[in-house]
Design a binder for this molecule. Structure first.
Ligand code: 3HC
Length: 382
């Protein structure tokens, strides 16, 4: 990765500021660009908060903290932001029309040597790449929230991405101290979001169909599925705006990947985005990072078998369709979502037959989105 020295991050929101920070922590010089100074001020405040946390935990020294901050410049001027840039990482909101405008600007000012990467969570890489002058030197680099703590970055080549660009991207991610996982097909949601986003909707269906509560589901997800956060807590943390947009994109690409629940759209339309707006599934008081107090599963018993089955089915689809193998899938879930047990180990603990039967029952009652995938059926036979 010696060819990359200066990086431009376009968009300073939740992901953009985190990507800028982790890149600066790895020694790169960063130009963080956004359309208004107030967004950049807020990004720098968040970076300072995060660095302070790391300093207090003795993960970095005070001197390092100052050096990292010194490597991050901010600008609202795109031309200035792209000067002498080796790599652009775009992290603007998930809207193809907006991305088109942004890439037109990037194409106008970027130098010939600059590689393009998008942190899109769900939009097709090949389609975004086709909006630019260099689809052969364009790649998806999908970081996870919070980028400062999550180890995974999905690397997604588009149809025209050259092999040497994929290699460069993989070693760039390694140079950040993160772990790249190649998503071998440009599928809706890539690896993690193909499991995570539909699971939020499924949890909303469980809430309704099983007449249970948010905390009952969340404690079951934490204790029985070994997630570090409950699924509703994680949705609030990720942002219901992000989840709603990702849902719509995934649904428009593949009707079978997600079964949108109206509750997500309602929360989005009411501006209840989760932690960032003070309300989502839960209520929040702090401006910064805040955890929900989820009581234990013993107090609120709930069996998450439908959620296990649904997650395993989408995971199976990824394997059957060649997006990743089982090893990479489990690695991605561990590094990108912090799962403390392998998903297919949880499946095993229920018994594959019960999981497949649960899906068949759900398919009968609620439609094809639940039909068990070939990979699960084949495992049932073996
Ligand atoms: N920088 C530095 N420190 C941070 C931080 C940041 N950005 N964010 C949180 N922390 C700190 C907390 O303040 C806390 O500090 P403290 O010990 O002083 O209180 C510390 O990290 C640990 O936090 P928690 O006590 O909440 O403990 P956890 O062990 O649960 O770790 C977590 C937090 C790493 C966020 C963990 O809960 C986790 O992995 N959650 C799941 C996150 C996830 O699934 N992300 C992916 C979502 S999908 C996505 O991003 C894709 C997109 O396209 C939608």
């Amino acid at each position: 990765m010696s060819s990359i020295k200066k990086i431009t991050v376009i968009g300073s929101g939740t992901m953009g500021h985190g990507i800028a920070q982790v890149s600066a922590m790895a020694g790169y010089n960063i130009l963080l660009r956004d359309v208004e100074q107030k967004f950049l001020d807020s990004a720098i405040a968040k970076i300072k908060w995060s660095l302070e946390k790391l300093f207090k935990k003795q993960k970095i020294t005070e001197m390092e903290m100052q050096n990292i901050l010194g490597r991050i410049q901010v600008t609202t001027d795109l031309k200035e932001g792209l000067q002498n840039s080796d790599l652009v990482i775009e992290a603007v909101p998930e809207d193809l029309v907006l991305k088109k405008i942004v890439y037109e600007g990037i194409d106008e000012f970027a130098e010939g040597k600059t590689l393009y990467a998008s942190n899109t969570s769900t939009l097709p890489i090949t389609e975004i790449a086709s909006l630019t002058s260099r689809p052969d030197r364009f790649i998806g680099l999908h970081f996870f929230n919070p980028p400062q703590l999550m180890q995974l970055v999905e690397v997604i080549p588009g149809r025209e991405t050259k092999t040497n660009v994929v290699d460069t991207a993989m070693s760039f991610i390694n140079s950040l101290g993160k772990q790249p996982i190649l998503c071998r097909r440009d599928v809706a949601g890539f690896i993690i979001n193909r499991i995570f986003i539909p699971l939020v909707h499924e949890a909303a269906y469980c809430l309704e169909r099983d007449h249970t509560s948010l905390v009952a589901i969340d404690s079951a997800v934490k204790e029985k599925m070994k997630f570090p956060m409950g699924i509703f807590e994680l949705a609030d943390y990720t942002g219901l705006d992000v989840i709603y947009k990702a849902t719509m994109i995934m649904y428009s690409r593949d009707k079978r990947v997600v079964n949108p629940h109206p509750m997500i759209q309602k929360l989005f339309e009411e501006g209840k985005y989760g932690q960032k707006s003070g309300y989502g599934f839960y209520e929040y008081k702090k401006e910064q990072y805040e955890r929900v107090n989820v009581p234990t599963n013993e107090i609120h018993p709930y069996d998450p078998i439908k959620l296990v089955a649904f997650a395993a089915n989408n995971a199976s689809w990824l394997i059957s369709n060649g997006a990743c193998d089982r090893i990479d899938l489990e690695k991605a879930l561990k590094l990108g979502m912090g799962l403390r047990a392998e998903l297919f180990e949880t499946v095993k603990s229920y018994g594959i037959e019960s999981i497949v039967n649960t899906l068949r029952q759900l398919a009968q009652e609620n439609g094809v989105v639940y039909e068990p995938d070939k990979y699960l059926i084949d495992n049932l036979k073996s």
